[in-house]
Design a protein around this ligand. Sequence first.
Ligand code: FAD
Ligand code: NAD
Length: 466
Amino acid sequence: PGPQLPHDPSKKTLVICGSGWGATSLLNSLETEDYNVIVISPKNYFLFTPLLPSVAVGTISPRSILQPTRYVTRHKKRQVTVIEASATDVDPVNKTVTFADTSEIQGAVSNTTIPYDYLVFAVGAEVQTFNIPGVREHACFMKELEDAEKMQRRFMDCMESAAFPGQTSDEVKRLLHMVVVGGGPTGVELSGELHDFLEEDLRSWYPELAESVRITLVEALPSVLPSFSKQLIDYTESTFKEAKIDILTKTMVKEVKEKSVVLQMPDKSIVEVPCGLVVWAAGNTLRNVTRDLMAKLPEAQNNRRGITVDECMRMAGTDGSIFAVGDCTATTYAPTAQVASQQGAYLARVLGQLAKRDNLEYRLNELDAAPEAEKQEREQAEKRLAKLEKLRPFKYSHQGSLAYIGSDKAIADLPFFNGNLATGGVATFLFWRSAYLSTLFSMRNRTLVATDWLKVKFFGRDVSRE
Ligand code: FAD
Ligand code: NAD
């Protein structure tokens, strides 16, 4: 047989599904000597999503915002098993997880089932398409690293096709019309980044085409960035106006075609708009593995937004052995990295406490088997156990919302003396950069990202199409 999982039968097995914000934050803080820890994720890395739109236009190199999960686990006191696979099924009754190697290359064994004592479910979400025709076939997403790379390739393809000799002017206009769907933070940040690329690089590399590049942001609601304060929405809209990014609000994309998008305008009329590239940033939905798990507990799990958890992140309807964090859950918090990472760190504390409790229970069982054992020790152990039974609930501490809007400007809603400080502009942009730099999990990633920013400052972005 090949490599076996390092298993200590005296320790409980903790399986963590995912290697994103929730799972990585948990791994960072977890005392691994308490458990047999197994991480299962189809990506063997953590992706720093806030800088993904910067990767899509080449401001940042893709690898600068990745951190291999093994970089985190190798520093742990007790070995952690990292398995590159997708969880395909969780059985909450028999406490098993089934997972499969879904990558390009597979060995003779590519599917297996393992038992768990505790499971942390942190598989995030996937892109919501609302089953709108043509989205999967013709649009780019902005969720995973490969989405940003694909968008960058397609964007440069549009530029080069527009530069093809003899291209008609209508076709040049079509190819250079970039449509971003969804005026949430992802769509806004991406539109800002596209604008920077145009102004700072494409104008000098493609002077004959730059004037024809158009960016349109389409949002179904009455305004972009509904979660930000009104003055920052106004500031973003006026910055976009100056930057010649068109915002179409109260406008819904009804279909994406190979060379156009079909829009329902505010007056309900339908308009087909030619374009070269559509980026779909219209929000998230649950993954199938999450839906399947919820379907096994139909009475407790009936929220269509995600997994219902209690105040300690335990999945409702289970015996407390499954925890869920991040975008796969339905809580009162927004599906953000900030929430997922705080939940992950919180779970590390909870699991530490549970390990202590489980050890005490084990010791008490030993004492039961030896009736001559000291009465005093038993009493003390029982007292300590009673204290450990009670878990402190999760408390979210909001550090503020930040978004980059292009033209070296960012917006920030920050908690301030029980109120809110709304600020936008170049100083906020510098704050945005330093905040993200410090949030990056490792010194290696900080150095890579800071170097990318410097490289772009001195040499501009790379316009080669890989
Ligand atoms: P994720 O971070 O998505 O991690 C999910 C993990 O599960 C991944 O490792 C994935 O590979 C793995 N996985 C998937 N399927 C399976 C499976 N079947 N089995 C096992 N593992 C699986 N939030 C902010 O607070 N600030 C920001 O600035 C910000 N910017 C963003 C920018 C972009 C472009 C995007 C897309 C999101 C941004 N967010 C931001 C939101 C933030 O990224 C998410 O809220 C956060 O990633 C949620 O963390 P998570 O751990 O729940 O999920
Ligand atoms: P979102 O759900 O916040 O926004 C999607 C937008 O798309 C919505 O406003 C929706 O009305 C619109 N939409 C949906 N269908 C549409 C259609 N057919 N036509 C036109 N518009 C349509 O999604 P997001 O921006 O990807 O953000 C997801 C989560 O990640 C949020 O919680 C967000 O706060 C977080 N996030 C935060 C940051 C940041 O803090 N800088 C950046 C990115 C994402």
